[in-house]
Design a protein around this ligand. Sequence first.
Ligand code: ATP
Length: 236
Amino acid sequence: MALLTLSNIHVRYGSVEVLHGIDLHVDEGEIVTILGANGAGKSTTLLSISGLVRPCEGEIIFDGKPLLKYPSHEVVNLGIAQSPEGRRVFGVLTVLENLRLGAFTVGDKEKAEQTLDWIFDLFPRLHERKDQLAGTLSGGEQQMLAIGRALMGQPKLLLLDEPSLGLAPLLVKSIFETIRAINQSGVTILIVEQNARAALKLATRGYVLELGRVVMEDTAAHLLANPSIQEAYLGA
Ligand code: ATP
């Protein structure tokens, strides 16, 4: 069953249209990836789902509800969390304070504490550093914190924008393993990732965006085996 459906989404920045009618869906429990060159519109697609960018045309249905009728701060309450590109943690707050901020929409304090324990299980590094100022963490740790903070809101759908950007190869492997574990615990995931091969190995399905349009949609296995995808995105 589709948890999220985008139909004919158009987005403009000023007078320039950058998404020209995106159709995509994410079923409950899936990991779906969006591939595409720089500027293809991947981040804009995620931002239009989280409500930070307003499409000028089209419809987004999430969990049966028309998302575009809700203001962006309510989108979080509906169960969508985005871990943004570039991390954006609060550097002058501790790791624990950053994580607690992510739970501000959660009324049930006991549930929030359980979620915190779960996040510390997923990212033991964050537990070790819970009292450290976020600004003093390494890039990889800040990335973990950004994902952890998004999870504190107990989302049904997690939007990840370039989670492996700038990370050392060993950390990249570990962040992908953690994303799989997050999904196995029941969170549906839509991920944009420059490391297309790793994203396709993780995902069930993928979409290819070119210049603001979906040009291909297939299972991750088919995309991995497709010579034109290999040439364009997998460095083959
Ligand atoms: P990247 O991997 O480089 O982030 P992307 O596929 O995520 O690429 P977007 O960031 O969604 O692409 O950008 C799509 C288009 O919109 C690009 O042409 C980009 O230059 C333009 N764009 C993005 N953000 C803005 C903005 N705030 N104002 C104007 N144009 C923008």
